[in-house]
Design a protein around this ligand. Sequence first.
Ligand code: ADP
Ligand code: GN1
Ligand code: MG
Length: 356
Amino acid sequence: MSLDEITQQFELDGSKILKITPYGNGHINDTFVVETDKKRYILQRINTNLFKKPEELIHNHLLITDYIKKNNPKERVLTLVPTKNKKYLSKTELGCFRMFEFVENSVCFNKITPQLFEKSGEIFGKFTAMLDGFDATKLYDVLPNFHNTQMRLEQFEWALKKDVLGRAKDCKNEIDFVLKRKKIAPVFMNLLKTGEIPYRVTHNDTKINNLLIDKDGGGGVVIDLDTIMKGAAGFDFGDSIRFGATTAKEDEKDLNKVHFDLNLFKAYTKGYLKNMGQLLTQKEKDTLAFSAILITYECGMRFLTDHLNGDTYFKIDHPSHNLERARTQFKLASEMEQNFGKMHDIVSRESGYVKG
Ligand code: ADP
Ligand code: GN1
Ligand code: MG
């Protein structure tokens, strides 16, 4: 079956499919843009190595977006397109596919300005706020322990022990970086377990290319909803900072170009707290600066683990790609450590934002 035939299994507007082209910069699924004579759509082959039960993704997606639409009828959400037999998945020998409405009049950023980053914080914060009150027990836990950094550390140590391709000898500094900071790994899960911070419904993958910002500057649509599960507010805040509050790309090879940007941190914090400032407990606010360090450390560790495992998880363009990604994350995490006091002060100051 061809991509063209798979596309025709969905209820599309238009009588002709004009073009199907690879699209976007995601690390997990295979994404295509479909153009018909009437409209554009996003066709996606779900990574079923990771998401073993795609029906669970559809279940979670519909519950979340229905809840948001019910309580906020004007809000734009990521919309699934049904198949002609009234399902949402097309299972073929080429893989398992789904279709989304293309979010038109929006922009997807990989690199951002302070103004847009503030807007991103506002939109991601609003997204979490809109899901306040949603019963998280209704969601499938599709990737259990996704932000359990202690478990990620154990997976890293296992990969290091096996060292299947003999790559460990060429990344000694990066390995040391991880091992020296082992004690921070369990902090967030412990806070959740002891009830010091609450579980919320979190997105868990809030990098800014999982957000489509309206061209008119109004709002935006949060996409890539596959990882929505219960978690800590800091998981989302930290991941946005990791990806966005930097002077370089996630996979920049020249580390001299990679710096943590405190101004961008401030911009995001300001936007995020507009909607979350009143919702978060004091203890949660106190964890935000640390969450950026932890999630950056965790993500770098995941890239390094994948490098040691022979690149079985993240999509790569060349054999050292995951190592280069790990290096940028560790450079950022260490600059965040140096700026921790300032980051914490910014959170405290911006927490007073709503009071003017
Ligand atoms: P992955 O899980 O691989 O990251 P995403 O769902 O994030 O996949 O999609 C990859 C990219 O495709 C996004 O970063 C975005 O640029 C684009 N994209 C995804 N869904 C849409 C949509 N509904 N409308 C417009 N662009 C989209
Ligand atoms: C992946 O799917 P994508 O590209 O938006 C990954 C995130 C990582 C990110 C690093 C399901 O995100 O956890 O933080 O790459 N998603 C999954 O860029 O593992
Ligand atoms: Mg994505």
